[in-house]
Ligand binder design. Structure first.
Ligand SMILES: [Zn+2]
Length: 139
């Protein structure tokens, strides 16, 4: 679904494809609506279990580029020059599927940058959250 969106498919097209493939929605219904899909595209709760991180980030960027149209004062539309870093895109969006805390970007001692459930970062072994994955950041 995310991949199709990034490829440029409209919400309507994705709706039809999901129904054609008899994919059931979260409520168990075979019917999909655009608003449900729109919500899923924006909601970090479906990450990282449902889809790879890169796909989610790409979907956010695609969503943003579709909804924001910048127009210069002279009426022309400039090329988009905004560069996204995964930090900007993901902060506040990525939610731990296990405990509901936000994910946080941390740098490990070895310099590796990963996203981790903030509850686990803060409480370590005391955290209620035991199995949420750490996700490597490419940058
Ligand atoms: Zn957690």
């Amino acid at each position: 679904m995310y991949q199709r969106y990034i490829d440029g498919a409209s919400l309507g097209t994705i709706t039809n494809e999901l129904e054609a493939n008899q994919v059931t929605s979260l409520s168990g219904s075979p019917k999909w609506s655009r608003s449900v899909i729109d919500k899923m595209l924006s909601n970090g709760k479906y990450v990282p279990y449902a889809i790879p991180m890169e796909l989610f980030v790409a979907a956010q960027i695609e969503k943003d580029s579709r909804t924001n149209i910048h127009i210069n004062s002279d009426g022309s539309t400039p090329r988009k020059t905004t560069r996204y870093s995964s930090q900007n895109v993901l902060s506040g969006l990525l939610v731990c599927a296990e405990c509901g805390s936000n994910y946080r970007r941390i740098t490990r001692l070895n310099g590796e940058v990963v996203w981790r459930c903030s509850d686990r970062v803060e409480k370590g072994k005391q955290s209620v959250c035991k199995y949420s994955p750490s996700i490597a950041d490419r940058n």
